[in-house]
Ligand binder design. Structure first.
Ligand code: NAD
Length: 489
């Protein structure tokens, strides 16, 4: 356990506030503050170590050493440690869910049920995949050919403030499974569940330096980490503007880089769909206050069902309860940070000035960081609210007259992460599955997916694919070994 000096009491849970470097918790001379979106002015949670270039240097040095030890573990040994970590995550579900709820505002019940469980599942998935993996092996050109995966080296893992625990495990698990050491840099708006995860990892049996955590500000310690030439992989989830900066650093050192970025997903509803199911799921896009990259934020509805759809949609949205994230009845959590809530409101104010029509919501909620679930009918498809990621509880509403127009609108932004289609036609589902330019298309469902499937975005929604073997290939140096037939001992 981290030393007492590096612990904060966060809602009754002891959370390390330092960096984990080479298996030991260390402090920094300066700190940044973590506050709770549940009661921003009164709930100070922790003063967290604010890493600098020296911190980044020490973390990379530790990860270089940790890599030597961890990459020598056999696949079975690596898998065993990862299963221990998954067990520890499950044992600490309550604490992780509570801390993430306080730190980021996430609904506590949802954290317990969905996201902590998914975090453990991510470690189990990759532990099992490395054990089950069979090397490709074939005979050609009078040679025995095989493809082996060599661990690549230290990997920097940079994660965003929304869904921080689950998203961190999604990126850390494959890096570790592949035999790489990791340096995790979580977001400064929600750093605390990453500290709990690092503490559990430190108990799970990784050799010192295999699992490192660095806290701090992106432009400071984050930039120093990605610029370090000893780093051999960079995997990032966040905004396109940060990805551009990190991509330049990766290019300077010729380091492979994956980026999972923002989205502006279309949510298409055809007249032949189960209208009630579609309206219910459309209103569900306000979940997590819309701070979800995969959300279908552009409602595109067939003109002939406009009125009926909107009636049902409003009925479902009206029933959503905005409340305290710790209460089990709450549907909509506060936004993670006052700056972000104000940024979201800025989009709505500019939309009003632009002549876009606010069909519902459009206001801050007094006395909390909630923002009203908002629906806007834009004056044109070029409106900022259609073209830019808002990342809040703000959806747009547009209609189409036929499938061709629906596809054209769906593909009309620079993003391409996810898309959702509601239709009763299997043929249409197959057609749109190919016609819409996005990394994922859900038909008559949303969010559930098999974790071995490729995951990533088109356009400015990302570079590369993660998930299952795709992540393991990214984190490895794939190598071909060719042995002339007849070679004997
Ligand atoms: P962000 O880009 O501002 O920050 C993400 C992380 O990058 C943070 O840890 C930050 O400290 C770090 N960072 C910032 N500048 C850096 C630099 N110069 N060098 C190194 N690191 C730096 O993003 P955010 O606001 O935290 O997250 C929200 C964004 O993430 C949204 O666009 C959302 O859609 C996207 N997102 C995408 C996915 C996905 O899987 N595609 C998932 C969740 C969130």
């Amino acid at each position: 356990m981290a030393e007492r000096a590096f612990l904060a009491d966060v809602g009754g849970v002891a959370v390390p506030t330092g960096h984990l470097i080479g298996g030991a918790w260390v402090a920094s001379s300066s700190t940044f503050e973590s506050r709770s979106p549940l009661d921003w002015h009164r709930m100070h949670l922790a003063d967290v170590a604010r890493g600098d270039t020296a911190t980044a240097d020490a973390a990379v040095a530790a990860a270089v050493e940790g890599f030597v030890a961890w990459s020598r573990f056999t696949v079975a040994e690596r898998a065993a440690v990862m299963h221990v970590l998954a067990d520890l995550i499950e044992e600490h579900t309550e604490e992780i869910a509570h801390v993430e709820c306080l730190d980021m505002g996430f609904l506590e019940a949802s954290m317990k049920l969905r996201l902590v469980a998914r975090g453990a599942a991510n470690f189990r998935l990759y532990a099992d995949l490395i054990v089950e993996h069979e090397e490709r092996h074939w005979d050609a050109k009078d040679m025995d050919n095989r493809v082996v995966r060599l661990p690549a080296g230290p990997a920097v893992v940079i994660t965003p403030w929304n869904a921080p625990f689950m998203l961190s495990t999604w990126k850390l698990a494959p890096a570790l499974a592949a035999g790489n050491s990791v340096i995790h840099k979580p977001a400064e708006w929600s750093p605390l569940s990453a500290a709990l995860l690092a503490e559990l990892a430190n108990q799970a049996g990784f050799p010192p330096g295999a699992y490192n955590l660095v806290q701090g500000i992106g432009e400071e310690v984050g930039a120093a980490l990605v610029a370090d030439p000893r780093v051999r992989r960079i995997t990032f989830t966040g905004s396109p503007s940060t990805a551009r900066r990190i991509g330049k650093a990766a290019a300077d050192n010729i380091v492979p880089f994956t980026a999972e970025l923002g989205g502006k997903g279309p949510f298409l509803v055809f007249a032949d769909a189960d209208l009630d199911a579609a309206a219910k799921k459309a209103a569900w896009q306000f979940d997590d206050s819309g701070q979800v990259c995969l959300a279908g934020t552009r409602l595109l509805v067939e003109e002939s069902i406009r009125t009926e759809f909107l009636e049902r949609f409003h009925a479902y949205a009206d029933a959503l309860i905005l409340g305290d994230s710790r209460e089990p009845d709450t549907d909509i959590a506060p936004m993670a940070h006052p700056d972000h809530r104000d940024r979201v409101h800025g989009f709505v104010e500019r939309a009003r000035a632009n002549g876009d029509r606010v069909l519902r919501g459009g206001n801050k909620v007094a006395g909390s960081l909630h923002y009203e679930p908002t629906l806007i009918e834009p004056a044109s498809n070029d409106s900022e609210v259609v073209q830019s990621e808002i990342f809040g509880p703000v959806l747009t509403f547009q209609t189409f007259t036929d499938e061709a127009e629906a596809v054209q609108l769906a593909n009309s932004t620079a993003y391409g992460l996810s898309s959702i289609v509601y239709t009763g036609s299997r043929e249409r589902a197959e057609r749109l599955g190919r016609a819409i330019r996005s990394g994922l298309t859900w038909v008559n469902t949303f969010l559930v997916r098999d974790l071995t499937a490729p995951f990533g975005g088109c356009g400015i929604s990302g570079i590369g694919r993660e998930g299952g073997e795709h992540s393991l290939d990214f984190h490895a140096d794939l190598k071909t070994v060719m042995i002339l037939d007849g070679t004997t001992v």
